[in-house]
Design a protein around this ligand. Structure first.
Ligand code: C5P
Length: 222
């Protein structure tokens, strides 16, 4: 079973307020992208990697992979306007005979083998896809402007992370036929096509780095 990883790293990182895209801000000693790149490359579960780089940062992304000795990086594509567009472009570089695609956000640097094993095991059980998720500690409300419309049942809700794993042809179908404009993760596109997606335990270290405070909080973990 060949497993191809797609690393979505093309976000602008506007909310970080830096002069460079999020994948190239420093996390400890290295660019943020380096952490997930090295970890995916070192994983025995992963056979090859396609990186979606920020426009204009393709060359530095390839150089970084070379410097780190990440030999599994097969190609680097120019990311699109949205995460879904970036993943779609990377998916086009995944060969037809790939069995599984593992999609991961570079903004979640601390991916590890334990979570990769959990999502891949679910595919072996026959699921179309699997996503790591955490229960919520906050109560979540649906709103209309500043008016509360509804309070959702917390026990039924999960905060979903990456890496997300999918049977390759299921993910391709979802990206070819789905509404990419509204998708904030891959699983939602698969669900919309009737795919069966399993929830597996996530990890608090997989929280997404969005702003400067997240960077400060996460850097000591490197
Ligand atoms: O911006 P957001 O939080 O949705 O980003 C999640 C992941 O998707 C990040 O790793 C980011 O680099 C990536 N992304 C992308 N292309 C975009 C926007 C986000 O690859 N156009």
């Amino acid at each position: 079973m060949s497993v191809w990883a797609v690393l979505a790293a093309a976000g602008s990182g506007e909310r970080l307020g830096t002069d460079r895209p999020k994948a190239f801000v420093r996390l400890g000693e290295q660019p943020l992208l380096a952490e997930s790149l090295e970890r995916l490359d070192a994983s025995d579960w992963v056979d090859a990697i396609v990186v979606a780089a920020p426009p204009g940062w393709e060359e530095p992304s390839i150089l970084l992979a070379e410097e780190l000795g990440c030999s599994k990086v097969s190609s680097c594509v120019t990311g699109g306007q949205t995460r879904a567009e970036s993943v779609k472009r990377a998916l086009a570089e995944v060969p037809d005979d790939a069995a599984v695609v593992l999609v991961h956000d570079a903004a979640r640097p601390y991916v590890d083998d334990a979570v990769i094993e959990r999502v891949l095991t679910a595919l072996n059980e026959g699921w179309d896809g699997a996503v790591p998720a955490l229960s919520l500690s906050d109560t979540v409300k649906r709103v209309d402007g500043d008016r509360v419309v509804e309070t959702l049942t917390r026990a039924e809700l999960r905060a979903v992370q990456t890496p997300q794993a999918f049977v390759a042809h299921v993910l391709r179908d979802a990206y070819e036929n789905g509404d990419l404009a509204t998708a904030t993760d891959c699983a939602s596109l698969v669900e919309a096509r009737g795919g069966r997606v399993k929830i597996v335990p996530g990890d608090y270290r997989l929280v997404k780095i969005t702003d400067a405070a997240d960077l400060e909080r996460m850097a000591p973990l490197t």
